[in-house]
Write a protein that binds this ligand. Structure first.
Ligand code: 3H9
Length: 709
């Protein structure tokens, strides 16, 4: 084998130069790969003993895109557009052999080839938008010439990869290979070399005719669905340039937009979010010596909405699960809701009938505690009451096999107390799923002081196996997510009594980037949850501390949210659209009056500042108290469990980006105005603001999880 600049090699088979990229883990296009590929293509083009070229990859995937690690530096030569243009201009046929995930710059390399052949399981796509970018090596110009503008818009602005069969049907690839991809690619290359037809160069194809209204519609959609982000609009601009301009000019336009986005705050935040999603799985205190336990069978206790959703997660991941309830009709309702849920996916076309049957078949309903004997992990999702938890864990302790992981889905109760109901606290861990559990990606894995490292490691691995973003946290009231949420919720109520209305608060936070405002979300999930939580904590409120009881007043009127047709908003029958309600306005105004508060105009800036900085201040305490090990753990909780806009990175990243001195000053101003009870800056925030530090760069020597393994 003849080697180009490492990590790209050329081998000759049947007078075809097979260029193989070998850059683990995903063959990303680092500077070395781009240089090696460019050199290899040039040499193979000039090689008299080669009639054609194949571009292939070693490892588990074709090139998965540009190397994200290089984005913190200015672009280095050779840049990808030069590589793709050299490929397209090659006088000999160039065939791309695609497998795994050919994404971003990787798929752009393939689009510049003269022929694309894919393994049956391959997926291809241009997901740059998810990183705040657009395809920057000809993707916006070549793809529409192959598949049309409708499809190109869908793939580039949507960013979802598509399966090889769909890519073939759309015209994005030319062939699906049988068994041996590289052999099939060589055969295709030989065929093209032997044919007298001119090579099909994507860039030389005419741009299909398109109605400009398509782009106008796409802009309107993007403004609605991806509010506040620049990348979708830029991608649509680049695509519309493909319709208007000659190919070379379109490329120039695309490149200028790409470079603008590459340097944007939005792209930096999304890159952080991408890498943090991977980093979060690597718990600092779990060294390589800690081995997770095998989980082949699971159990779930409680067939309510939460338990049924958790059982579905196991079934979806191929893990058989026993679903136990103590009440026969409750169990039947749970199973019925599972069936309904799956049937809805089948009718939407997102799940095959056979897959539904297989999943339902993995869930075994039972009323008998002994059925949990074989489970390697049991998740308790019973009623949120310490006495109920006691009964469940005492019973579980008598039936679960030795070494089984016993998890509680509690959202507020103390995991250590629950662990104390068993004779094996080292095996008890919190696994806090979010509702609906089969949809929401977040799981907070809560370690109590006695939880063994192997048990935490098992919860982390199971979370990942279920397709979740699992975040390791320590026991604390509300863990990470709800503890920070309590701060924000308090401020939203204070804002109401000071002068805002629910729609003002919601609008400001939606403008900030949340998918929904907090009052609309509360109506959706039901106000009674927050109400009972509030009642349960009433005794903890120090006398004389400011408290707003508007939630009690709304709930006492029977307004419990969408399910009762009214909550913070009103709802027309059969509709889920929140409508501002004069009754609520009157109630709030009356409340302010009764408390002697003079209502005032409150700016969106103040609403966002008080909501977000109160969370960040609590986040700083969460770090100090080691409830979360890193700022990225907190950010992942908020991105995946609470709809914090990914393009702002997460609350802690966002605070860093705004500047900690600015955040600290804002909190001090609120303290001067509203008093120190809720607005004393956390010591860690003070220290970092003073020293020029950042939450996302801050770390301490990791604590180790105590207890036997
Ligand atoms: C682009 O291409 C712009 C162009 O238009 C440029 C034009 C000029 N770079 O996800 P996994 C690492 S933008 C560097 O756990 P999976 C990842 O961090 C890019 N590293 O595996 C992890 O590292 P570690 C467009 C990368 O099997 C390891 O690989 N491309 C990159 O579940 C395994 O990753 C994309 O947006 C990268 N590009 O999923 C694709 N990608 O082991 C982004 C991954 O240290 N990548 N790593 O934790 C993905 O979607 C998934 O990683 C992929 C594999 C589907 C490929």
């Amino acid at each position: 084998m003849e080697h180009g600049a490492a990590p790209v090699a050329i081998a000759k088979r049947d007078r075809v130069a097979v260029i193989t990229i070998d850059q683990p883990p995903v063959n990303a296009l680092s500077t070395a790969v781009r240089a090696g590929l460019l050199d290899a293509v040039r040499r193979a083009c000039a090689d008299r003993d080669a009639d054609a070229l194949v571009i292939a990859c070693a490892g588990k995937t074709f090139i998965a895109g540009a190397d994200l690690a290089e984005f913190e530096r200015p672009p280095e030569a050779p840049q990808l557009p030069e590589v793709t243009q050299t490929i397209e201009d090659c006088a000999k046929p160039v065939v791309a052999a695609l497998f795994g995930t050919a994404l971003g710059g990787g798929f752009e390399v393939a689009l510049a080839c003269h022929y694309r052949i894919a393994a049956p399981g391959a997926r291809v796509g241009l997901p740059e938008i998810k990183l705040g970018l657009l395809p920057g090596a000809g993707g916006t110009q070549r793809l529409p010439r192959l598949v049309g503008f409708d499809r190109a818009l869908e793939m580039i602005v949507g960013g979802e990869p598509i399966a090889a069969v769909d890519a073939l049907a759309a015209g994005a690839i030319d062939e699906i290979a049988g068994d041996d991809l590289v052999t099939a690619a060589i055969a295709a290359a030989r065929r093209l070399a032997g044919a007298s037809l001119p090579l099909r160069r994507s860039g030389a194809l005419p741009a299909p005719a398109v109605d400009q209204e398509l782009f106008a519609r796409a802009r309107r959609d993007a403004a609605r669905k991806r509010r506040g982000q620049r990348a979708p609009e830029a991608a649509i601009d680049a695509l519309s340039a493909a319709a208007r301009l000659p190919f070379a000019d379109g490329l120039g336009h695309e490149r200028a937009l790409f470079l603008e986005l590459r340097a944007s705050d939005e792209a930096a935040a999304l890159r952080y979010a991408f890498l943090a999603e991977r980093e979060v799985a690597k718990v600092p205190e779990l060294g390589p010596e800690v081995k997770a336990r095998e989980v082949r069978r699971a159990g779930v206790i409680g067939a309510g909405t939460m338990g049924a959703g958790i059982a579905m997660c196991f079934a979806n991941a191929g893990i058989p699960v026993t679903l136990l309830d103590v009440d026969e009709s409750g169990l039947a309702r749970g199973i019925e809701s599972i069936r309904r849920n799956y049937a809805a996916s089948v009718s939407r076309g997102s799940l095959a009938h056979a897959a539904m049957d297989a999943r339902v078949g993995r869930i075994v309903p039972t009323l008998d505690w002994n059925s949990l004997r074989d489970a390697d992990l049991v998740v308790e999702a019973a009623f949120e009451d310490l006495d109920v938890k006691r009964r469940v864990f005492e019973a579980l302790d008598t039936v679960a096999k030795p070494g089984a992981v016993l998890a509680t889905n509690t959202s507020y109760l103390d995991v250590a107390t629950i662990a104390g109901f068993t004779s094996r606290p080292q095996d008890v861990v919190g696994m806090h799923f979010f509702s609906p559990a089969n949809v929401m990606r977040l799981v907070e894995n809560v370690r109590a002081p006695a939880t063994s490292p192997a048990v935490l490691a098992t919860a982390m691995r199971v979370g990942r196996a279920l397709g979740k973003v699992a975040v390791a946290v320590a026991g604390s009231d509300g863990f990470v997510g709800n503890r920070m949420l309590m701060q924000r919720t308090r401020e939203t109520f204070f804002l109401l009594e000071e002068g805002a209305l629910p729609q003002d608060v919601d609008r400001a936070l939606v403008e900030f980037g949340f998918a929904m405002g907090p009052f609309a979300v509360a109506d959706l999930s039901g106000l009674d949850i927050g109400w009972s939580n509030r009642k349960a904590r009433a005794h903890r409120r120090p006398p004389g501390m400011r408290d707003c009881n508007l939630l009690d007043q709304v709930c006492e009127r029977g307004r419990l949210g969408q399910k009762t047709g009214a909550g913070w908003y009103r709802y027309e029958p059969g509709s889920r659209s929140p409508l501002p309600d004069t009754e609520i306005e009157a109630l709030i105004v009356e409340h302010s009056h009764a408390r002697g508060i003079e209502r005032r105009e409150i700016s969106a800036e103040e609403i966002v500042g008080r909501c977000v900085w109160s969370m960040v201040n609590e986040g700083a305490r969460i770090l100090e108290e080691r409830v979360a090990a890193r700022a990225l753990d907190i950010d992942m909780v908020w991105l995946h469990g609470y709809g914090f806009p990914a393009w702002r990175g997460g609350p802690m990243y966002h605070a860093d980006a705004v500047g900690l001195p600015v955040v600290h000053d804002a909190i001090c101003r609120y303290r001067d105005r509203f008093g120190p009870d809720f607005w004393t800056p956390a010591p860690l925030l003070e220290e970092l603001a003073r020293s020029g530090g950042r939450f996302t760069r801050w770390s301490r020597v990791a604590a180790t999880v105590r207890g036997p393994s």
